[in-house]
Design a protein around this ligand. Structure first.
Ligand code: SF4
Length: 350
């Protein structure tokens, strides 16, 4: 299989040396017009298009299915070159009368096929880890989604399938293409990397230039509770994780977000909330509370509304910002990995 154009350094594209403008033309087709084939590139000579098509693949992702929801969130199921399935989610904020066109558009991007981290509540971990995405496949989701939406997303969150920090070298290469003026030119502060808590890689990310943001999937205030739902916590318990996040916050001078999926009778007690308050204060972080989205085949449930309000009240009383995020697209398979899992089960019933 030919490599993806975006996984090959431009110096190796072998464009005609006497025509230095060709690289710029090619980049315009890729990053501004979201071309999915070399054939579309009408201002490139036909022989050059044929030569490029013989050596490279242009589109990293092929659309398998778009699942829309009543609130206009769209979940996109992609197929990669090797047949693997992958998901991204397009999330419009405050869509105007014209649908998605005037409001901000966020894209939730995947970084791996499957995931090795096995968080107990997550669909992506159910099937284990298959492989890392290449940088071109990470960027390809953004380009494919831009083509579907008719415009470039404003914000990117690496929060889809996979643990982005377990694929850090390729994530960094993708972030470079996404932020570079010669690439998509999205401001680094509009990129958020979400991690389950890989402390050494958080420290490494803190040293990477750029004002991008960090979201920590905390999901528990104590090691005791976190150990029950996130195996990664045994390797990087809170006494290692929180100082790593402190280093990031210090290096970037940016507020970290603590993501907290609220699961009934597991991590929704006021005592657990008070433990989270202590971490949030230490990190000067804000907290996103996300009532759990049921995943077929998993035993967890969303807390009742009074328990959600009681949990949030602990933060309010402590003066820590904590919002309840009603997950957009909760009427589609919104928890990461669910749409892919459903499709794979349909294609390969056990
Ligand atoms: S929550 Fe994230 S890190 Fe945990 S299993 Fe799911 S995809 Fe992996």
């Amino acid at each position: 299989m030919n490599p993806l154009l975006l996984d090959v350094p431009p110096a190796e594209w072998n464009l005609p040396p006497a025509e230095p403008w060709r690289e710029k033309q090619l980049r315009t087709w890729v990053f501004e017009r979201f071309a999915s084939s070399f054939q579309e590139m009408s201002n490139l000579p036909v022989p050059l298009r044929a030569d490029l098509a013989a050596r490279f693949r242009m589109a990293a992702v092929e659309t398998v299915k778009i699942q829309g929801s009543a609130d206009t969130t769209r979940k996109i199921l992609w197929r990669l070159g090797d047949g693997s399935l992958l998901e991204s989610v397009l999330i419009p904020a405050n869509p105007g009368r014209d649908g998605n066109r005037s409001g901000r558009l966020t894209l939730c991007v995947s970084s791996q096929v499957g995931c090795a981290y096995g968080c107990r509540f997550c669909a992506s971990g159910l099937d284990g880890w298959r492989r890392n995405l290449t940088a071109g496949e990470i960027v390809g989701q953004v380009l494919g989604a831009a083509k579907i939406a008719g415009r470039r997303p404003d914000n990117l969150v690496f929060m889809g399938m996979g643990e982005p920090l377990a694929n850090l070298p390729r994530l960094r290469a993708a972030m470079e293409m996404l932020t570079s003026p010669e690439g998509l030119g999205i401001g680094a502060r509009h990129l958020t990397v979400s991690t389950s808590g890989l402390a050494p890689q958080i420290e490494e990310l803190a040293r990477v230039p750029g004002q991008f943001r960090l979201a920590l999937s905390l999901h528990a205030g104590t090691n005791e509770t976190r150990d029950k739902i996130m195996p990664v916590n045994r390797r990087y318990p809170l006494e290692k994780l929180i100082p790593a996040c402190e280093s990031f916050a210090r290096a970037k001078r940016k507020m970290i977000t603590l993501e907290y999926i609220l699961i009934r009778d597991l991590n929704d007690s006021p005592d657990e909330a008070r433990a989270v308050v202590r971490h949030a204060r230490r990190l000067h972080a804000k907290v996103n509370l996300i009532p759990y989205n049921t995943v077929e085949g998993l035993p967890y449930e969303r807390p009742a509304e009074p328990a959600i309000r009681r949990f949030q009240m602990v933060f309010r009383d402590a003066g820590v910002e904590a919002t309840v995020r009603r997950e957009k697209g909760h009427d589609i398979d919104a928890a990461c990995g669910q749409l892919r899992l459903r499709e794979e089960k349909a294609a390969f019933p056990s």
